[in-house]
Design a protein. Structure first.
Length: 180
């Protein structure tokens, strides 16, 4: 049974990757939360979030692929919304980025449509995927759960040099405050 499921998931991922190569991509902005949907109980593609309850910070996104360019290293953060029962696999140009974490599976547990609360909730499925600088085309598969909605954001990762400068600045401010 598990081998059949894995084979079907692989076939679905391959088809989605091929479709993504010829479909027109939906551009997404770095730093903006987006809501997407899914209609089945597992093995179905991620789709537009139209018709679902919007998130507090997100806007609905069209059908994948979702395209963007990272000037430097980026993070793709994905979190399930509402019930703690869904899990996803993400792809970049058809290559697997990996799966989000396993949800608790408790349909009574609900984080609602608050993206940040859902991301912080250990019962919800979520994942952070590091992406190199360059172009990206994201698609995905709903692995388990029920029809619903989830959220994602692409964030720029600060360069290590910038983090060092921020740290030095904070230490200097603390030092000046202690002297006065």
């Amino acid at each position: 049974m598990n081998a059949i499921r894995k084979t079907l998931q692989f076939a679905a991922a391959l088809c989605f990757g091929l479709i993504a190569a010829v479909a027109s991509a939906v551009p997404v902005a770095v730093g903006q939360w987006y809501e997407f949907g899914f209609t089945g109980t597992g093995g179905d593609p991620l789709i537009t979030g139209a018709g679902t309850v919007p998130g507090l910070l997100s806007i609905q996104v069209g059908d994948p692929p979702w395209a963007f360019t990272c000037a430097a290293t980026c993070e793709l953060t994905v979190t399930d919304g509402f019930q703690a029962i869904d899990q996803f696999q993400l792809f970049d140009f058809g290559a697997s980025l990996g799966d989000t974490s396993a949800p608790s599976g408790d349909p009574a547990h609900n984080c609602g449509n608050d993206e940040l609360a859902c991301l912080a909730d250990p019962q919800m499925s979520h994942g952070v995927f590091i992406l190199a600088a360059g172009d990206h085309s994201i698609t995905g598969t709903h692995l388990i759960g029920r029809p619903g909605a989830a959220f994602f954001i692409v964030s720029a990762v600060p360069e290590p040099g910038a983090l060092v400068l921020i740290g030095v600045g904070l230490l200097a401010m603390i030092g000046m405050r202690r002297r006065s």
